[in-house]
Ligand binder design. Structure first.
Ligand code: RNT
Ligand code: ZN
Length: 414
């Protein structure tokens, strides 16, 4: 018996919080871990720099190059994260056999078979993302392009990706969330703001018309406020993405780095849950801008997870991580970010939410404030440690020793 856990359990019980229920709920939550932190979003095509208004900074040694290294890094990260999760794959991580190459509009399920093998080996599901950047045909607009040839190319890419998403769902047995994001936009003031948006909507309509199993494939559209080199105008703005998703019955995706700095995603979630059965999230840490720092157990992350829990929406919100820091050990970055999301979820599950809601409804804001502050110092760490131990991961910082060993033996030799 773990004495610290037993004592913490009793303290939480005084607040009406059942720690066993919280631990068991958290054990069932699968977070979609993005594959692109391990190699700075470069993918396996090796044909150029990262584009699309996103950027990694830093040159920490040991970046994964090629599928074997990437799989090894993901495997190492997964072994240090409690629970079983999903992997979020991007289309530019297609794996070609010797000499073979397929352009983005000719990708097939077979190019992702190794991802399926990897997922099956770990009992995981896979999510997917078409890649509308880092490609010669993505120098300007993609799905919103006025050039029909370019626009159609990217529509075909979207359709290929829908098929791959369905393949992932069929093979793994878990539904596949497929997220549409493009960096389409303009550096300087556009003369036509509506045209590109009408074309983007048309392109998405053409992709979704390919026909797919709605119980297995969940298409999402991710909005954004601006990107590097795309400062004046973004085609897939917040209003566009929400209106498109709701009007077509697909899923709006919220990346918390994609809003003006004082806008908060934790207030958007409960608003949208009034209208949309499903929502999706990219959990990131924007510092001053969409900087995609590694997720930490901070106020923003806590409040977002608090809303998912309080709205009883754990089965309605698809959780995924999305960040890329090239200045630190990338495997550690994956572990820290995933564990931070789990901590935030646990913190939310350990809050006396029903009582706090009742206090709000009764207008007792004094007691509500008192409670909110008191729970901050409850022995959260003891419950987290118990959760980690029960879910096959180290509870304290000793997991980092494995990172150091891995760095010495594997990463530093690349
Ligand atoms: C970019 C978006 C998008 C990407 C990934 C790689 O700002 O957040 O989700 O990070 O597609
Ligand atoms: Zn994102």
């Amino acid at each position: 018996m773990n004495q610290r856990y037993e004592s913490a359990k009793q303290i939480y019980a005084k607040y009406g919080v059942d720690t066993e229920a919280a631990i068991s709920k958290l054990s069932d939550i699968r977070i979609s871990m993005h594959c692109w932190q391990a190699d700075d979003v470069l993918g396996f095509e090796n044909n150029g720099p990262l584009t699309g208004g996103i950027q990694t900074t830093g040159n920490y040694p040991g970046r994964a190059t090629g599928p074997d290294q990437l799989f090894a890094d993901l495997e190492k990260a997964l072994s240090l994260i409690p629970g079983t999760h999903k992997i979020n794959v991007h289309a530019n991580y297609a794996i070609f056999e010797d000499g073979e190459f397929a352009d983005r509009d000719a990708l097939e399920p077979k190019h992702f078979q190794k991802w399926v093998d990897f997922a099956k080996k770990h009992g995981m599901g896979l999510d997917f993302n078409p890649t509308y950047f880092s490609h010669p045909k993505a120098n300007g607009l993609t799905l919103s392009s006025p050039d029909e040839e370019i626009r159609k190319f990217w529509v075909r890419h979207g359709i290929c990706c829908m098929k791959i998403a369905e393949y992932f769902a069929n093979e793994t047995g878990y539904p596949c969330v497929i997220n549409f994001w493009t960096g389409d936009g303009f550096k300087d003031i556009p003369a036509d703001r509506m045209g590109p948006r009408m074309r983007y909507a048309q392109s998405l309509d053409e992709i979704l018309a390919c026909g797919y199993d709605k119980t297995k494939v969940y298409p999402c559209v991710e909005s954004k406020v601006f990107g590097i080199g795309v400062e004046s105008y973004t085609v897939g703005s917040g209003e566009f993405a929400l209106s498109y998703a709701l009007s077509r019955g697909i899923v709006p995706l919220f990346d918390n780095g994609h809003y003006h700095p004082t806008e908060v995603v934790y207030d958007k979630l409960p608003a949208m849950l009034c209208f949309s059965e499903k929502l999706a999230m990219h959990i990131t840490r924007p510092i001053r801008w969409d900087s995609d720092h590694v997720v930490n157990f901070d106020d923003d992350t806590r409040e977002m997870m608090m809303e998912v829990v309080r709205c009883d929406a754990l089965d309605r919100v698809f959780l995924a991580t999305d960040y890329f820091d090239a200045s630190i050990n990338r495997v550690a970055a994956l572990v820290i970010g995933m564990r931070s999301v789990q901590k935030a979820l646990l913190y939310a599950l350990l809050s006396p939410n029903a009582e706090m809601k009742a206090l709000q409804d009764a207008g007792n804001t004094t007691k509500l404030m008192m409670l909110r502050e008191e729970v901050k110092t409850l022995p959260f760490g003891d419950i987290w440690a118990e959760f980690c131990e029960r879910n096959g991961a180290c509870a304290c910082s000793c997991w980092f020793k494995e990172i150091e060993e891995y760095e010495a033996e594997v990463l530093s030799k690349r």
